[in-house]
Design a protein around this ligand. Structure first.
Ligand code: NAD
Length: 470
């Protein structure tokens, strides 16, 4: 006999648990199927949260080191790796445990195991002890997430070649680390290891770090991380990794030459792919697009009337907050509300030092789409607050519609950019104009003034940047 609820959510990451919680809050009975002891998914157990705990420590190390310039010296840090791991694990346990409590408080049926679709309405779960349980619902929400992409000849079966999970486990602090991929994970985890003392080399296949991010912002970040990393090799690929007894021998190739270098560890961070295999999609009418994501409409419905898909499995950007938002939409649609996923600005944040954040239309995208825009750049050299922090390395950038002066996109690279981008998201979503931004009083001295002054610069000089009027 199957246990029946209104909704089954397959996968308990930020997309899945947000959907389950919302569905329960709207009065639906919910079954949440998840392998781990508590909800949280990759983000909480092996991604966003543990990496941010480690990046916090990296920031402390940098700040302590740089305090010397202000007359305060702390000496070289001594790192207790066990304690650092404990700190990270405590953060994870606190948050995932909290989600477990929230699941219970909402009377959600939590089934710990691996679920496979048997039909559009039936899920068979293999529990941790190997037994099986059957579950049935009017609607199923797929939230199975994504997994790291592996590269042949590089992702070899040797513990020293890691994906992001291995890197977060922090087995040791290798003397030398090769990071394959100059994207989100490569730069964030590379920053952690560099701060802890590893000699980090980044190899990126394309001709720039963070492809897809704004080039002006990347330039600010790159200037600083080149001082933290041993080497950043662009337009370079890794052909193979060979495991020797004491080292990993890596063969690298760029347009002109090939070379061999040795490293203690290698981190492969070349993207993620949606988890669509092995979940029984063949027993449903769910279809996949060319890139392997589940095809959904604006209400997160798949081609199967009973099945919804949210989060990484449902398309890019593969970001937790986008997945959570989609989860809430799916739950509301199932509860009969008229709603759709209509975000104009999904923020992206790279938690490096400095942070790099953006939302809405980028300058490149505006050019590709032939939009008539004005681009405003406010350099943090002119920010009082940035100067008090001894961190003038920053840039705030607005992409503005030339005619209506609506803010179409915001990009920030600098300390705290990840928090500040929220103002940009609100501006884009609320269809704010540059006048709205410049007439809103921003507290002095704060970094947020850079957004206000970037808006002022659209019309001519700002208080702290002189430029002839347009
Ligand atoms: P990514 O897409 O951000 O970066 C992968 C990089 O690897 C790209 O720059 C790509 O050009 C490069 N690359 C691909 N193949 C290569 C090869 N053979 N050799 C060298 N370089 C190669 O992917 P990621 O860093 O693995 O992260 C995966 C996903 O996780 C991201 O898409 C992101 O959505 C998510 N994530 C987000 C955050 C955050 O929000 N702060 C942090 C970590 C991860």
């Amino acid at each position: 006999m199957s246990e029946q609820t209104d909704v089954i959510v397959l996968g308990g990451g930020p997309a899945g648990y947000a959907a389950a919680f919302k569905a329960a809050d709207l009065g639906l009975t919910v079954t949440l199927v998840e392998k781990a002891e508590n909800p949280g998914g990759v983000c909480l157990y092996r991604g966003c949260i543990p990496s941010k705990a480690l990046l916090h420590v990296a920031k402390l190390i940098h700040e302590a080191r740089e305090a010397e310039a202000c007359g305060v010296s702390f000496g070289e840090p001594s790192i207790d790796l066990d304690k650092l791991r404990q700190f990270k694990d405590q953060v994870v346990n606190k948050l995932t445990g909290g989600l477990g409590q929230l699941t219970k408080a909402r009377a959600i049926t939590y089934v710990r195991g691996t679920g496979v679709m048997r039909s559009s309405n039936d899920v068979l779960v293999t529990l941790a002890d190997g037994t099986e349980s059957e579950h049935r619902a009017a609607h199923v929400i797929l939230a199975t997430g994504s997994a790291p992409v592996r590269i042949p000849n590089v992702s070899i079966d040797d513990g020293r070649v890691m994906d992001s999970t291995g890197a977060l486990a922090l087995a040791d602090i290798p003397k030398s680390l090769l990071v394959v991929g100059g994207g989100y994970i490569g730069l964030e985890m590379g920053s952690v290891y560099a701060a802890l003392g590893s000699k980090v080399t980044v190899v990126e296949m394309t001709d720039g770090l963070l492809p897809g991010a704004d080039r002006d912002l990347v330039a600010v970040l790159e200037k600083r991380i080149r001082t933290q990393f041993h080497e950043i090799l662009l337009s370079t690929k890794v052909n193979s990794v060979k495991a020797l007894k004491t080292k990993l021998k890596v063969s690298l190739e760029d347009a002109r030459s090939s070379s061999t270098q040795s490293f203690d560890r290698v981190l492969v961070a070349v993207g993620r792919r949606p988890n669509t295999a092995g979940i029984g999609l063949e027993n449903t009418k769910v279809t996949l697009n060319k890139r392997g994501f589940a095809e959904v409409n604006g209400q997160q419905r798949t081609q199967d009337a009973a099945v919804f898909a949210i989060g990484d499995i449902a398309g890019e950007p593969m970001l937790a907050h986008k997945g959570s938002h989609e989860g809430i939409v799916a739950a509301e649609v199932i509860a009969g509300h008229t709603t759709a996923f209509e975000a104009n600005a999904i923020p992206g944040v790279v938690f490096t030092d400095p942070e790099l954040a953006w939302c809405g239309v980028t300058e490149d995208e505006a050019n590709r789409r032939g939009l008539n825009t004005v681009i405003s750049r406010f350099p943090w050299a002119a920010s009082g607050r940035a100067t008090t922090l001894d961190r003038n390395d920053g840039l705030t950038k607005l992409i503005v519609d030339a005619k209506s002066e609506r803010v179409l996109g915001v990009g920030i690279c600098g300390v705290g950019a990840g928090e500040m981008i929220a103002e940009g998201v609100l501006a884009v979503e609320m269809a704010a104009t540059v006048s709205d931004l410049k007439l809103s009083i921003h507290a002095h001295p704060t970094l947020s003034e850079t957004v206000m002054e970037a808006a002022e610069l659209v019309h001519g000089p700002s208080t702290h940047v002189f430029r002839p009027a347009r």
